[in-house]
Ligand binder design. Structure first.
Ligand SMILES: Cc1cc2nc3c(=O)[nH]c(=O)nc-3n(C[C@H](O)[C@H](O)[C@H](O)COP(=O)(O)O)c2cc1C
Length: 179
């Protein structure tokens, strides 16, 4: 059983989140395929029991590269090839809001068009400090915020830790469905 983390990242920030999510999946003893949309192994993706989808927010929407990935799945949609896989989503942008919710909605609609089972984000928001879990208070999926700084400095530790927890949650739920 494997969970795929499918992402796009132009400047490396969303990739850092994807890596933290993968860390959370692996921490649960579940195999993880960290899959950039720039270089996808489609057969491996088809075999995954769960998929965690991630795109940076560009102009209030998923990046064009991630949207190309979404559009490239239309035959699989027609055949409902991914029905009943577990799915979840994440996004990252510069603004505290930045219209990230629109991207999570895009990802959730995409997953449910495929008949996948959408899993939300359950860490509780305790404060808006950069070390806090779920500081942006998102539940449809994982949100993170990155400053315009190199990816080794941002997103901050709280967002990365939220990502680890999110990966662990999706791994646990996927295991419940596929044991
Ligand atoms: C074309 C473009 C559009 C963007 N649009 C938004 C936006 O709508 N909201 C926002 O908060 N940040 C926006 N940003 C900032 C990015 O979301 C931010 O730099 C993010 O960390 C990039 O992620 P990446 O390093 O994974 O590519 C935009 C950046 C670019 C390049």
């Amino acid at each position: 059983m494997e969970v795929a983390v499918v992402f796009h990242s132009r400047f490396g920030h969303t990739q850092k989140l994807a890596e933290s999510i993968a860390h959370g999946v692996s921490g649960e003893g579940v195999s993880c395929y960290l899959a950039s949309v720039d270089d996808l192994d489609w057969d491996r993706l088809d075999r995954a029991a769960g998929m965690i989808l991630g795109a940076p927010t560009y102009m209030g929407s998923a990046s064009a590269e991630f949207k190309s990935f979404m559009d490239a799945t239309s035959l699989r949609w027609l055949n409902q090839a991914w029905r009943d896989k577990v799915a979840a989503g994440f996004t990252n942008s510069y603004g505290m809001s930045g219209d990230k919710l629109n991207v999570l909605i895009q990802l959730a609609v995409f997953a449910t068009q495929h008949g996948m089972l959408w899993v939300g984000q359950t860490e509780m928001n305790q404060s808006s400090e950069s070390t806090s879990l779920n500081r942006l208070g998102s539940h449809l999926g994982l949100m993170a915020q990155s400053d315009n700084a190199p990816a080794h400095q941002t997103p901050p530790s709280g967002d990365l830790q939220t990502a680890v927890c999110f990966g662990a949650r999706v791994a646990k739920i996927t295991r419940q469905f596929y044991r």
